[in-house]
Design a protein around this ligand. Structure first.
Ligand code: PHE
Length: 333
């Protein structure tokens, strides 16, 4: 009588050594079968029967052990519950500022304006001097500037306070006629509130050609405003001052919310200021190496963020810059 080793078979290796010991052709069970000839013929059927049972039980143990190992492997995989609802994946969306900027760019490019860009880290001379700001002029203080490097000379570096230095860069590089828009971020060291932030967006426009007049500027702004804000919007040009334009104006549109009747958004005035503009000062044209006797033009610079707030009924400008996913998510589609 042979006893089969009862030690548990917990791995592929256990099973393999069990198999090599007992059930292969030269294993112990086969050896027992070969001794069957020497058994008394009357006992042979009974012994043969026992050997067959032994062989079957050994094979059954192998099968059982293999089964339980493969089961074990399966259950160590994460359980997949097919009845759970699928996970909804969130696709990124265009920022509301970019949506509005995109619409502005579309309108101006249909009018023949090309795109230009400039650096946010700008030379003091492009941000101020070349734009006809006299040294120590109070207008420099009007734009609360973040200085990066300030020695009081030509290579002072700052965060641009408006997109107007891109006008200078374009005029220095391209011969007229010039017709460009320059969208981008600008920086001012102002008190932060729901209405003003230390960074915001402007879209600059510049048109330089022969015989350009203020009437061309007005027509362009009217056309833009009607496409951007609707054909029933009214415009108001108020005289203003900028060192780099003469004459200068600020443009108001009738309030989005009340249509001019007066409400909280427009502080009861019925009007919202959207941009500064004017005829490019001859000094600026001259500074950029273009002859102001031959060429003239207009420029405008509009605030983008205010329009975004009104358009999407957002009540705090800071929301545009905090990248809070709960806010950004609302602009998918
Ligand atoms: N750069 C001016 C500002 O930031 C706006 C402006 C641009 C005015 C172009 C006139 C012409 O306030």
């Amino acid at each position: 009588q042979q006893q089969i080793n009862a030690a548990p078979l917990n791995s592929e290796a256990d099973i393999e050594s069990f198999r090599l010991l007992y059930t292969v052709r030269k294993g112990l069970i086969a050896a027992l079968f070969s001794q069957l000839k020497s058994v008394d013929p009357t006992d042979r059927p009974r012994i043969g029967n026992l050997l067959n049972q032994l062989k079957e039980s050994a094979e059954a143990r192998i099968a059982e052990a293999a089964e339980s190992i493969s089961h074990h492997e399966e259950s160590s995989q994460p359980v997949i519950d097919l009845t759970l609802p699928g996970r909804v994946s969130f696709t990124g969306s265009e920022h509301p500022v970019q949506k509005v900027l995109g619409e502005m760019k579309r309108i101006f490019s249909a009018m023949g304006f090309a795109m230009a860009t400039g650096p946010e880290l700008e030379l003091d001379s492009y941000n101020f001097d070349m734009l006809n700001f006299p040294p120590d002029h109070p207008a420099r203080d009007m734009q609360d500037t973040f200085f990066i490097k300030r020695n009081g000379n030509e290579d002072d570096v700052l965060l641009r306070t408006h997109t107007s230095p891109v006008q200078v860069r374009v005029m220095l590089e391209e011969p007229p006629p010039i017709r460009v828009i320059c969208p981008g971020k600008v920086y001012r060291n102002e008190a932060i509130s729901s209405r003003s932030y230390c960074v915001f967006h402007q879209l600059e426009g510049l048109y330089i050609d022969k015989g350009v007049t203020f009437a061309d500027l007005k027509a362009t702004i009217y056309s833009f405003a009607h496409q951007m804000f609707g054909s029933d919007v009214k415009l108001r040009f108020r005289p203003s001052f900028f060192p780099f334009t003469e004459p200068s104006a600020e443009v108001d549109v009738t309030c989005y919310l009340c249509g001019g009747k007066g409400c909280k958004v427009c502080k009861k005035s019925g009007w919202l200021e959207i941009m500064g503009c004017g005829m490019v000062h001859p000094n600026v044209i001259q500074n950029c190496g273009i002859d102001p006797e031959v060429w003239s033009g207009y420029a405008f610079g509009m605030g983008v963020d205010r329009t975004v707030l009104l358009h999407y009924k957002i009540n705090d400008i800071r929301l545009l810059f905090e990248n809070d996913i709960r806010m950004l998510r609302q602009f998918t589609a």
